[in-house]
Design a protein around this ligand. Sequence first.
Ligand code: GDP
Ligand code: CA
Length: 332
Amino acid sequence: MTRCGSVNEMPSPIVVLSGGGGGARLAGALSGGAKGRPLVVVTNTGDDFEHLGLLICPDTDSVLYTLSGKIDPQRGWGRAEESWLVFDELKNIAGPSWFQVGDKDLALHLLRASVLSEGQGLVEATHTLARQLKVPDTVIVVPATESPVRTHVLTDRGRMAFQEYFVGQRCEPVLEHVVYEGVDAASPSQRLVDLLNEHGTHEIDVVLGPSNPFLSLGPILDIPGMVSLLRQQARHVVAVSPIIGARALKGPAAKIMSELGLPVSAAGWTLWMNERYPELVDIWVWDEADEGLANSDALESFDIRTTSTVMSDPAIAHQFGAWLLEACASEC
Ligand code: GDP
Ligand code: CA
């Protein structure tokens, strides 16, 4: 499946598919040093929901905060040096307090509501917010679709919307199935299509960030036409494992894999991704901790590469980003 690109004078972008955690971290790692190549970050919209009459886009916002250096590094979501005056008062007056919104975070949601009400679509509004937050000009953050796609989960406690499962019930219900409501009628956002088509086929590289495959990558990749668009335009598609040594660094990815009866390992993730999205990925990136798993017969035909993938601080993340760029450019 080798697809080597022609040399183009215009630097071709690196396209990262991202949720709000591992994917956002990876986007941050690549934003500083993509060797002159612009970075396009395609964000998951399956987590988006309405709260206090405002559209909240948790994954897109985490990406915007990460890329503008404003994310709270401890929590991994929301703003650093946040204050909670509005949220505390909401609790005082018996407002909805199951979803935490800090004051600075609220300012962004208000601004998004304002530009949406002036007629901007989600993609344009995201671009406006990115500029106002001072995300570097070399990075374009683009929601995967402008059509409403909403993740719902079927669990042992019934069907529920993503935020009810994730925040309201802290991922405790046993997950049986995931549905992306609205996905069949959705299409990739036009801005993304244009960005990818600006370049010749096989010139861009696509990186699937180490995001939750069921809750972050699925709502992007299941948009009709998305996989074929990426595959048609990409030189290489590289996927980074969110599973390291039989666990996820954060969030429910490992719990969900086990509840779905999948082996919880980088190997289990690779085989599931390949079955679900056949022929999409050229290079599989695992953490070096999992190197020993790569020798199995089932993985014989897979191009698996290992390195240190834990982006525990900016310098290490940057190193990983540089390694990934080399991997994108290599023969496979
Ligand atoms: P969410 O939207 O907040 O759930 O975030 P994502 O879906 O983008 O990412 C969640 C996944 O990122 C989890 O399964 C983590 O294991 C993974 N993750 C977080 N940080 C890292 C990291 O530094 N390296 C790797 N390889 N995975 C990471
Ligand atoms: Ca998310």
